[in-house]
Design a protein around this ligand. Structure first.
Ligand SMILES: Cc1ncc(C[n+]2csc(CCOP(=O)(O)OP(=O)(O)O)c2C)c(N)n1
Ligand SMILES: [Mg+2]
Length: 571
């Protein structure tokens, strides 16, 4: 008799051989054959309370570990509940394999249980979305899907596959599956074109005010980035996508002088970074004097909005190392005075900012300023701590003040709800590191039930709720820009600590800033834990100040929008 196993068994075997340390999912009959086989294959499943959270967790797992993430969700609402998180993973360029349930092929087009066109729904936000109908080809298709998720065919990102339940139960002979598909293999590394490197080095050395900006595509290239910055003397801006790849103490950082650096730069090198709304689409409205060099392994991170005079493809770390070496052969035109002035103003501003955090007075309502949270956290977060931020105003504050070397947030998608799932995945992947998620009370609500997942699976994260009883960035926008007509943006002053205790977490509600640091320390000692912090609504965050929430016509920020109107003769 020839040895055989079911397609579901092969999927479990594929994931055990090629997949991550754990799978995130929510069960349903359509996927039960896979769920069962994963258990038999010894692959742990983290069962969640909403499928969207499973995909967020898989994305965070991927972004933090470099392994692909895997989420397993059932047919119909199980898959459609993932649409937001898949779209988020798309913008985050997170390699995630989402395996969905699918009604039996024999019931196709007959009105089956939980039937809806998943593939059509997910196609625009995935690298590929397919129904795998041929049992003998499922493992080959999984291999192809995983390769796509990891960037074999463009930017890394989510892929979707579904297998009809009757196909899952189909037995196929072991000999029908090539063993190569079960081997982990690394993608071939392509090296940058030396001609492009030399041209980029010439531009860099002739530049007086060079600026380097990194993004997701610079992941893993931290040391090479440091060597380029050291060799060229360029100033550097990180973005939320690549926070921590260059140590916070590196002298090239000028993040507190972001506006000035962008305005003054005569050459901008983007490293694995799209020129999206956060960078003014690369427009002269945001970079009035700059020429561009675009470096990325992926065309989508090189050619968007403003192509570089030089485009450098291939492996990013290799490109940066070679570029650093090539600059050493040229005299440098660097305006050292400009660079030193930016650096020292950055240092001075950053120090002043940190010093003010603990001193900010309460609002007119008597509740503490949200920045008190970051002041209290500062002494509790070692270098390897992982920070997550989610919300409106609080996200804006966190981006400036949550000082962790590893950091994830609601990202370019502005995806409220990532906070708890991201922190859960981080805590499971790195049980020895401190993980903190700082969430607005509004954002927390979207996946609040995932504190139950934290309790059941022992995700030792600390969830800090900045509780201002409002969707505050929107409320303040209504107040300032819509004649004070505040509507639909107030929340109850709810006790989220009581809610967390109901699920078995250690939880405290804190209204006195003097008590906050001790409460957070107890939370880290007793994680998973939640600290509900009573904060004021009387704040104007920098995102709000800059006009992000009013959504201007041409640009994301009001100042750039004005400049863009000028360019278009609409001043
Ligand atoms: C899923 C989703 N829904 C709505 C929005 C629009 N939005 C952006 S910030 C925000 C308010 C967030 O409130 P909260 O998390 O409490 O943070 P706060 O501004 O109060 O600090 C809203 C509704 C969004 N970005 N994402
Ligand atoms: Mg709020």
């Amino acid at each position: 008799m020839t040895a055989s196993r079911s397609v579901a068994g092969w999927i479990a075997r594929f994931i055990a051989a090629r997949g991550p340390a754990r799978v995130f999912g929510l069960q349903g009959g359509h996927i039960q054959p896979i769920w069962d086989e994963l258990g038999r294959a010894g692959v742990p499943i983290v069962d969640v309370r909403h499928e969207g959270a499973a995909v967020h967790m898989a994305a965070a797992h991927a972004l933090l570990t470099g392994e692909p993430g895997v989420a397993l969700v059932t047919s119909g609402p199980g898959v459609t509940n993932c649409v937001t998180s898949v779209a988020n993973a798309d913008l985050e360029r997170a390699p995630v394999l989402v395996i969905g349930g699918c009604p039996p092929a024999r019931q196709e087009q007959m009105g089956p249980l939980q039937g809806t066109p998943h593939v059509d729904i997910l196609r625009p936000v995935t690298r590929s979305a397919r129904t795998l109908r041929t049992a003998e080809h499922v493992v080959r298709e999984l291999d192809a899907a995983l390769a796509r998720a990891q960037g074999s065919d463009g930017l890394p990102g989510p892929v979707y596959v579904e297998i009809p339940t009757d196909v899952l139960r189909t037995k196929i002979a072991d000999a029908a599956v090539l063993s190569e598909f079960l081997l982990r293999r690394s993608a071939p590394r392509s090296l940058p074109d030396p001609v492009a490197i030399e041209r980029a080095a010439q531009l860099l050395c002739r530049a007086r005010r060079p600026l380097v900006i990194s993004g997701r595509g610079a992941t893993g290239a931290g040391a090479a980035l440091a060597s380029l910055l050291d060799a060229s003397g360029a100033v550097y801006l990180d973005t939320q996508e690549s926070r921590g790849i260059l140590p916070a103490g590196h002298p090239a950082h000028v993040g507190a002088m972001r506006g000035a650096a962008m305005r003054d730069a005569d050459l901008v090198l983007t490293v694995g970074r799209k020129l999206d709304y956060q960078l003014g689409y690369g427009s002269p409205a945001a970079f009035p004097d700059a020429r561009f060099v675009r470096i990325s392994a992926y065309a989508a991170e090189r050619d968007d909005n403003r192509p570089g005079e030089v485009a450098v493809g291939g492996d990013v770390a290799a490109a940066l190392t070679q570029l650093a070496a090539a600059t050493r052969g040229h005299p440098r035109a660097l305006d050292v005075e400009w660079r030193d002035a930016l650096r020292s103003r950055h240092a001075e501003r950053s120090q002043r900012h940190v010093a003010t955090l603990a001193k900010l007075p309460p609002g007119a309502d008597g509740r503490m300023h949200p920045n008190r949270i970051f002041a209290a956290l500062a002494g509790l977060l070692p270098d390897d701590a992982i920070g997550v931020a989610d919300g409106g105003d609080i996200l804006s504050f966190a981006r400036l003040s949550l000082a962790t070397g590893t950091y994830l947030d609601a990202g370019a998608f502005g995806c409220l709800g990532v906070g708890v799932p991201y922190a859960n995945a981080a805590a499971l992947a790195f049980p020895g590191r401190r993980v903190v998620a700082v969430c607005g009370d509004g954002a927390f609500g979207l996946h609040a039930m995932e504190i139950d997942t934290a309790a059941r699976h022992g995700c030792k994260a600390v969830f800090v709720i900045a509780n201002n009883a409002a969707w505050n960035i929107e409320r303040v926008d209504q107040q300032l820009n819509y004649g004070g007509r505040v509507s639909g943006t107030l929340l109850g002053d709810s006790d989220y600590a009581a809610m967390a205790r109901a699920f078995g977490l250690h939880a405290e509600r804190v209204a006195d800033p003097a008590a906050l640091e001790a409460a957070l320390a107890r939370a880290f000692d007793n994680a998973p834990a939640l600290v509900d912090v009573v904060v004021t609504r009387d704040t104007v965050s920098s995102d709000l100040e800059k006009g992000l929430s009013i959504v201007p016509d041409w640009q994301a920020l009001a100042a750039w929008d004005n400049a863009e109107r000028g360019r278009y003769g609409q001043g």
